[in-house]
Design a protein around this ligand. Structure first.
Ligand code: C5P
Length: 232
């Protein structure tokens, strides 16, 4: 069972290390825009040096040439997982993969694409993005396009994970944020689910942020998440 990925959505490195200190095991953590843009690339190296696996969640979305060059740089940082927005198109995703391969020294990081953000509702997608599909069909379309571009998987909500596995195959990974402990606050997320539902509905990896980072006892909350996710 893959470890839950913990979203380190903290404003600075001090808060990150205060959070990580009480854990006596190596975690799979996610560094997103909030932390990366405050602290810069050093924070990646510092967390890597502690032995944790890293998902660098910068959701690249630009012209193919720019994304290719940026990915080359990210590959050199020795992270384990990176991502782009599938909305950037197939050519952009292929270029991202090429950049990653060019910049990697040996094993390249896994590359996945965001389909529709878990904070987006079907109504918003249809009205604001003018996509005349159901949310499920839009996510499945992006997933198929991502697979054709040769990427390793997608970011989606738990509610689409099983359908993506049916269409794209079990080995095509489904990384699912929007995870909440039973009865927990949903915050700004819309398509949420519990870790046990994620397991039964085809997630390969769950991403958990505030349900652990804002808990009164984060280590205990992490253990609860693991128990539900692993089904013990
Ligand atoms: O606190 P919470 O568990 O909602 O955090 C979810 C994390 O996953 C955030 O860091 C957010 O940026 C990220 N994410 C997401 N939906 C996506 C892709 C990434 O919520 N589709």
């Amino acid at each position: 069972m893959n470890k839950p990925i913990i979203a380190l959505d903290f404003p600075n490195e001090k808060e990150v290390f205060k959070f990580l200190k009480p854990f006596d095991e190596k975690l799979f953590v996610k560094i997103g825009m909030e932390l990366f843009f405050q602290e810069g690339p050093d924070i990646v190296r510092e967390i890597k040096d502690l032995g944790h696996d890293i998902f660098l969640d910068l959701k690249l979305h630009d012209i193919p040439n720019t994304v290719q060059s940026a990915m080359k740089g990210l590959a050199r940082m020795g992270v384990d997982l990176v991502n782009v927005h599938a909305a950037g198109g197939k050519k952009m995703m292929e270029a991202a993969l090429e950049g990653l391969e060019a910049g990697s020294n040996g094993k390249r990081p896994m590359l996945i694409a965001v389909t529709q953000l878990t904070s987006t509702t079907e109504e918003q997608m249809q009205k604001e993005q003018r996509i005349p599909l159901t949310l499920m069909d839009s996510v499945l379309h992006y997933a198929q396009m991502t697979k054709e571009a040769g990427l390793d998987g997608v970011v989606c909500s738990v509610h689409e994970a099983k359908n993506i596995a049916d269409v794209c195959g079990e080995e095509f990974i489904r990384v699912t944020p929007g995870i909440r402990l039973p009865g927990g606050d949903v915050h700004d997320q819309k398509r949420v689910a519990t870790p046990d539902f994620a397991r039964s509905n085809g997630s390969s990896y769950i991403v958990v942020g505030r349900a652990v980072t804002k808990a009164e006892n984060p280590v205990e909350a992490y253990k609860n998440v693991c128990q539900l996710w692993e089904g013990n």
